[in-house]
Design a protein around this ligand. Structure first.
Ligand code: HEM
Ligand SMILES: [Cu+2]
Length: 496
């Protein structure tokens, strides 16, 4: 797929160390996802009155679950992107590790702020909630949470700077790396331009701006926490926060998408060629990913009308170009290719379905008429659990299984893997359908205690949550036993 001039030369030792770093990210990811899923199932059980969870503890768990899954999705997504991107542009292994250690430090601070300090103001830290807890937690706990998050953001920004340096050293400009110069005819069309380079450039641009906005919001709120005389405009801070939140979770998905573009062609034995349509879709994505965030602010009537209208219009088209190009590309790669349905191949194809299908309830919610009914109901966790659990996670799990699956495993997937796929997918569909129907019935989100008529929904949700956790546990058993010893398949290929 790539000409040799596209490949960066590393020594075998460098490649082995890089693989160790990627594996560390992935294994940490599986551990954290397992814990967070157990926490999710616990929340559903508490709402279903199957488990006695103190109300404050519920909101602590909810805060940890939200910040935990978003953070780990971000760092694991980066590790997938980094793994592929370093083949095309020189990337610094030390910086990759530095980000990982900063992340762990931030996690410790955040966990302490939640479980020692009692912070329970949700991962969205909406101003002024963190500093006005009415005595449930201290301002110190809020400061801990906000600084832990800020620290993690700084780590991500450092890693993004290295990615920018790598891309610029190889391509000279971000426009070249993205493919914009080919799109507008300044450079001849190169159908061998690596898809990973285009996607990484999009992730770099939006994530850098998104995290920078988040950092500004966090700093403003930290100043306010230390000096309450300083009162920022709540609507401005809310804009910054939702811009940040929307962009980083999207970037986490997009940073895992290279796994689909890089690996499916290997499984279908059909190379993927870039085209002007591909560049155009990803170029547009830069603007739609950042431009749609006002769909979180329809209920804020002081928002300028043009901003929310733009948010709605862009939401219709957000993701669509990229999803169509990726979805169509996937179908074309798979259709009559005689693809062998190995576990990684199944998961990667599933991820495209889950990402696209999960987008539908999201677009519904981004229309004002529906939003005025569905806002802050369980419809919202319904749509994002859909594309995160059936889109993002299968990309991550599929990539992981690619790293260690032997040709024998791929020809004949072990029973435990088949069982894992069925348990996981059944669980997720059930989890999501229960969330969506609950939302359609108007059951609010983020309520620790549910009214009696809502309890059966929460109970079904708890059962689904246990199934999903079990499914991931089955995958994890394979990962924990196989991944540590695996050698890099990409190196094996290049030797042949
Ligand atoms: C077994 C799997 C899971 C279960 C049972 C579960 C359950 C839940 C529950 C009950 C909530 C709070 C709902 C409410 O507002 O009342 C929630 C929130 C959330 N979940 Fe999950 N979840 C699971 C996995 C995941 C995963 C893997 C991700 C991300 C990759 C994720 C992302 C989120 C986010 C971002 C929130 C929002 C937190 C907030 O409202 O502040 N969840 N989840
Ligand atoms: Cu959004």
């Amino acid at each position: 797929m790539t000409t040799n001039s596209d490949i960066v030369n590393y020594s075998d030792t460098e490649n082995r160390s890089a693989l160790v770093a990627v594996k560390t990210h992935i294994i940490t990811g599986f551990l954290v996802f397992l814990l967070m899923m157990a926490a999710g199932a616990t929340m559903r059980a508490a709402q279903g009155k199957l488990a006695g969870v103190d109300d404050s503890l519920f909101y602590q768990i909810m805060t940890m679950h939200g910040v935990g899954v978003v953070g780990i999705s971000g760092i694991v997504g980066f590790s997938i992107m980094w793994y592929f991107l370093r083949q095309y542009v020189p990337l610094n292994l030390k910086i990759f590790w530095i980000n990982f250690y900063i992340f762990l430090t931030g996690v410790v601070i955040i966990l302490a702020s939640i479980f020692v300090g009692g912070y329970a103001g949700a991962w969205t830290f909406l101003y002024p909630l963190p500093t006005t807890s009415l005595g449930v937690w201290s301002v110190g706990a809020a400061i801990g949470f906000l600084s832990g998050l800020l620290l993690i953001g700084v780590g991500f920004l450092i890693l993004l700077l290295d990615i920018a340096r790598g891309l610029l050293s190889r391509y000279g400009s971000l426009a070249r790396a993205l493919g914009v110069t080919q799109l507008f005819g300044k450079d001849p069309l190169d159908t061998h331009h690596p898809t990973t380079v285009t996607i990484s450039t999009v992730v770099l641009i939006v994530d850098f701006i998104g995290i920078a906005a988040g950092a500004v919001a966090l700093i403003i709120m930290l100043i306010n926490a230390v000096n309450p005389e300083f009162k920022p405009d709540p609507l401005l801070v809310k804009n910054l926060i939702y811009f940040f939140g929307h962009v980083i979770i999207n970037a986490a998905i997009y940073s895992s998408v290279p796994a689909v573009y890089e690996l499916l062609p290997r499984y279908t034995k059909r190379p993927y060629h870039t085209s002007k349509v591909f560049y155009a879709a990803w170029f547009v994505a830069v603007f739609t990913i950042m431009g749609v965030y006002p769909h979180h602010l329809y209920m804020d009537f002081p928002m300028p009308a043009w901003a929310v209208i733009a948010g709605q219009v862009l939401s219709y088209c957000s993701g669509l170009p990229v999803m169509i190009v990726t979805g169509y590309g996937t179908l074309m790669m798979v259709y009559r290719s005689g693809i062998q349905w190995s576990t990684p191949a199944k998961l990667l194809v599933l991820s495209i379905f889950g990402w696209a299908a999960g987008g539908i309830p999201a677009v519904v919610d981004s229309m004002m008429a529906f939003n005025s009914v569905l806002h802050n109901t369980l419809w919202v966790p319904g749509h994002f659990h859909f594309y995160l659990l059936l889109g993002l996670l299968p990309m991550i799990i599929g990539f992981t299984f690619y790293l260690f699956s032997t040709p024998e495993d791929e020809a004949n997937p072990p029973l435990i893997e088949k069982l894992a796929v069925y348990t996981y997918v059944t669980g997720v569909l059930m989890l999501v359908l229960v969330f969506l129907t609950s939302g359609a019935h108007g059951i609010p989100r983020r309520w620790a205690v549910h009214m009696d008529p809502w309890v059966p929904y929460a109970q079904w949700g708890a059962i689904a949550g246990v199934l999903v956790t079990l499914g991931l546990l089955l995958f994890a058993v394979r990962v924990f036993t196989k991944l540590p010893k695996a050698t890099d398949p990409a190196l094996e290929y290049s030797r042949h």
